[in-house]
Design a protein around this ligand. Sequence first.
Ligand code: SF4
Length: 398
Amino acid sequence: MTDRALQNRLPPLHQAAPRSLYVHIPFCASKCWYCDFNSYVQSDAAKTRYTTALLRELALLAEEYQTSGDRLRLDTVFFGGGTPTELPLCEWERIAMGLREQFAIDESVEWTVEANPGSKSDHLLAALALLGVNRVSFGAQAFEDDLLKAIGRRHDTSAIEQSVALAMSAGFSRINLDLMIGLPEQTLANVQESVRKAIDLGVTHVSVYGLKVEPGTVFARRQAKGCLPLPDEDLEARMFEEARARLAAVGIEQYEISNFAKSGAKAHHNLAYWRNRPYLAAGAGAHGYVYGMRYENVKSLSLYEESLTNERRPLANTRAVSAQEAMEDSVILGLRLREGVQKAAFAADHGVDMGAVFGDVIRPLVECGWLLEDAASYRLPVALLPVANEIMLRFLRE
Ligand code: SF4
């Protein structure tokens, strides 16, 4: 097939119905000093208006993407933020009812809600479990009170322990903790302690993220003034390796660059992203990928609500993904996973073998041991996952 023919054909991936839904809840109790996510401190009245708009958007999405008149079946639903547990229970009840009206959701769906440790989310957890939420992801970040204060978090270590215990007693068997490394004045001992506490709490999934200083944040301003004492690259790499080794020692295995899980506890919603599956997204600033189009919603809450009051999708922009770009996405996202890119899945999604498209990139990488090939997959050696970006870039044609 010529390059132009490859570029112009419609890959099977772009004819597949989405089975995942991301919902953005843009509310937080306060703004953390490193955060540039689309989140705001708002009143309960504003949360009610937002929920009303969100329910309209879900109805529009359901109508647009239903198949042959049947409600679209979802396998995973993920509420991220922001802090979704900043929504009061009455809004969650409306959302749960709206979701079930608009989409086909059964007990097998993986329904995750992000939460922050601390008072507000605690009383909600049991109620969310009754509404059908079956996975909770806590933004713990660290188990050192001074460090939590120094990054602008509102909770302390005891709040994390209390929230995890409450989640377990509410019946959640799938619990994630987010941990951060590379924080100002963080030491290797701090990271060891965070990982030890996470393990002791008995959670099934841990995400370990390095701090990125984003423009417009408190940390960016401090860095510009030269008063943000961050660990150097070598120390941050040692922090990550320390976390990886300690988690692996207790059977919480790395399955993606930043994610670790006990057996059977991988996040299916996130796996759908990394396997380059299509997904719907709703909420202010949310991004979706469906039938070959990537779309992004408006970030502003007032524009979001105004658009939906007028029964219009709140789109900021849409972009068609070419067949070539879709193949590059499948490789770049798939190489984040330890399982790598599955040859059969690539061929099914794109109608062509990965080796036929990227052979010139694959061969030298395999020869020098930077890419492993077996009958079923191409994957990176575990030791190279921390520098995966440098290898992935070679698969970009432009
Ligand atoms: S809780 Fe999360 S989304 Fe909210 S400000 Fe902090 S980092 Fe950002």
